[in-house]
Design a protein around this ligand. Structure first.
Ligand code: HEM
Ligand code: HEM
Length: 227
């Protein structure tokens, strides 16, 4: 057994930034007054984070890649059988069950950020895609924005519960590994975090989100009455 690098810096940064962003998204609509504009900006940033993670799941380092942790039902079932064993071999990256959990969380955050683009605060601010949609789509997006967040809260509670379970019951310290990136492993970890590649991917994702938010949507039609 040796201590090796498992989680690259971009994956760790992504994780803690998404935690901070979701907290801020909640705060800007539930705790703070008149901060909906900030809710929009942080929402765009969250969208960027999700798009980045999707791409990094394809071109990132070994354990960040979807191909390394999205497995078939057989592997998940075999893993579930060992779930309550205190002595089961710890997974190097995400375990087969946790891997699917990651996908569920990413999809929920994506639904949350995309549906937000169609929202309005009913006073001054419209999401950039509001003008593009008909009444039925707007109603659907509105329901999704409320409903997906409630589901997300349960999923996050389960996620944190799972992390505590691993740390207390199975004595596997997953949280420090998400901070410094290192785990005890029999096999060699990753050589480095591929920061230059991550920077290029981040720039591409920022450009995609910028075009989707600022360039593509038509400018809102303002009623002449207001002039
Ligand atoms: C808003 C709340 C949270 C969300 C949305 C969230 C989401 C995620 C996601 C998407 C991953 C996969 C990382 C990746 O491969 O990119 C992950 C992993 C992880 N998260 Fe969170 N997380 C949240 C809160 C927390 C908190 C508060 C902790 C610490 C107590 C935590 C600890 C971990 C750990 C240890 C892993 C790695 C699990 C493993 O080893 O397989 N998360 N989380
Ligand atoms: C992942 C990112 C996001 C999260 C976690 C999030 C979360 C939330 C939550 C919890 C609410 C309160 C819902 C309720 O009262 O039941 C809300 C409302 C809202 N969200 Fe988001 N949101 C996100 C992204 C966005 C984006 C990108 C936009 C617009 C561009 C947006 C626009 C709005 C608006 C206009 C409201 C209603 C505010 C009001 O009632 O004054 N959201 N969001």
């Amino acid at each position: 057994m040796q201590k090796t690098l498992i989680w690259d810096i971009p994956t760790r940064l992504f994780h803690w930034l998404i935690v901070a962003s979701l907290l801020a998204q909640y705060a800007t609509v539930e705790w703070l007054e008149n901060k909906v504009q900030w809710h929009f900006y942080i929402g765009y940033f969250t969208l960027f984070l999700v798009v980045f993670r999707l791409l990094w799941g394809i071109v990132g380092t070994q354990h960040a890649k979807f191909s390394s942790f999205v497995t078939g039902p057989k592997a998940v079932l075999n893993y579930v059988k060992t779930l309550f064993s205190r002595h089961s071999e710890p997974a190097v990256g995400h375990n087969p069950l946790g891997g699917w959990f990651v996908i569920v969380m990413l999809v929920l955050v994506a639904i949350q950020a995309i549906s937000g683009l169609f929202m309005t605060d009913d006073i001054f601010l419209d999401g950039p895609y509001r003008q593009l949609a008909n009444e039925d789509t707007l109603a659907l997006m509105n329901s999704l924005h409320h409903f997906a967040f409630d589901v997300l809260l349960y999923v996050i509670a389960l996620h944190i519960g799972a992390v505590v379970f691993y740390s207390v019951y199975k004595k596997q310290k997953l949280v420090p590994a998400m901070v410094h990136g290192k785990k005890m492993s029999k096999t060699a970890g990753i050589a480095d975090s591929r920061l230059l590649r991550a920077l290029i991917v981040a720039l591409i994702c920022a450009a995609v989100v910028y075009v989707a938010i600022e360039v593509y949507p038509p400018t809102p039609q303002v009623d002449e009455y207001y002039y």
